[in-house]
Design a protein around this ligand. Structure first.
Ligand code: UDP
Length: 308
């Protein structure tokens, strides 16, 4: 079996490459390193692994048969996609279009990494896949939310019009080793602030909620979804919901830090709640997260400690 992972040198992509190699796939990792980093794949020594530095908004062709395309490439942290608005829209639109074209040509199965951001600032909590969302298309987050909504639309169109085999995973907040320390997301921010004894920056009053999934659970779910026969979108995430303020206190406790909590301005359109309804993943994939927050944060703190 030969698999392509776009965004394979990123946080989730590199963990997916590891799992695919464990499961005896040959892996072609494609990344243009806009937000990815070859340090995430440096440990891979297998001769079944190839890395290509390529921007998938330009087409790419392969002579050999490809069986699976895992399309993960995109800036994914709010700071990154605010910094890279055009690249984010282009990879969601042109990148997805090019990868779907490749899937037709190769008769490969195609999986789109979508996001809980398709639900925007949700008016329903938890969010089931049947919820259509509440997205501001012209706000600063719109570049990511709408890119992923378009990517879902074109994926379903290619499935319906060309009969290609497609999967859509909606990924909720996920954390773990190989997140970039400076990617601006709440997990790396709080852990690095706590480890350095700096102030912990809670945005707004910290009442907004998130639910955090450990990376190994998420990657296991993605693999199961690709190997299933289920075409509709599937939420993957950990339904253990907490406020950002509670999360800040948890990080301080786990790191035994002397850091103080400070409050800063809430970013525009920051979702007030987020929690996956994972009934579909449980039914269709027999999947649910296994790693609790204490264990997952422990491993993530150890990772960031080793990178300081
Ligand atoms: N957040 C925060 N302090 C930070 C970084 C993020 O309070 O230093 C908040 C952010 O406003 C949001 C939540 O934490 O409510 C999760 O933010 P993140 O950037 O991780 O991703 P999001 O879930 O918004 O996509």
């Amino acid at each position: 079996m030969k698999s392509i992972v776009t965004g394979g040198a990123g946080f989730l992509g590199s963990h997916l490459c590891d799992l695919l190699l464990e499961n005896k796939h040959e892996v072609i990792c494609i990344d243009n390193l806009v937000t990815g980093d070859t340090r995430n794949i440096d440990h891979i020594k297998s001769d079944k692994f190839t890395y290509l530095n390529h921007d998938i908004t330009n087409p790419i062709y392969f002579g050999d048969k490809i069986d699976y395309i895992f399309h993960l490439a995109s800036p994914a942290s709010p700071i990154d996609y605010l910094d890279l608005p055009i690249q984010t829209l282009k990879v969601g639109a042109l990148g997805t279009y090019n990868m779907l074209g490749l899937a037709i040509k190769q008769e490969a199965r195609f999986l789109l990494a979508s996001t809980s951001e398709v639900y925007g600032d949700p008016l329903v909590n938890p969010q089931p896949e049947t919820y259509w969302g509440n997205v501001n298309p012209i706000g600063p987050r719109g570049v990511y939310d709408e890119a992923k909504r378009y990517a879902e639309a074109i994926t379903m169109a290619y499935h319906r019009a060309h009969g290609i085999d497609t999967r859509i995973v909606r990924i909720f907040n996920t954390y773990g080793p190989r997140m970039r320390a400076g990617d601006g997301r709440v997990v790396p921010n709080f852990i690095n602030q706590a480890l350095k004894g700096e102030d912990i920056t809670v945005y707004g009053d910290g009442d907004q909620t998130r639910s955090f999934c450990y990376v190994s659970d998420l990657i296991d779910g993605i693999y199961r979804l690709m190997m299933s026969d289920f075409v509709e979108p599937v939420n993957l995430g950990n339904p253990d919901e907490m406020s950002v303020l509670e999360f800040a206190k948890k990080v301080i406790e786990i790191t035994n830090s002397s850091s103080k909590i400070v409050f800063e301005e809430l970013p525009v359109d920051d979702p007030k709640v987020r929690r996956p309804d994972i009934s579909r993943a449980m039914d269709v994939l027999g999947w649910e997260p296994k790693v609790g927050l204490g264990e997952g944060l422990g491993k993530t703190v150890e990772y960031f400690n080793s990178t300081l």
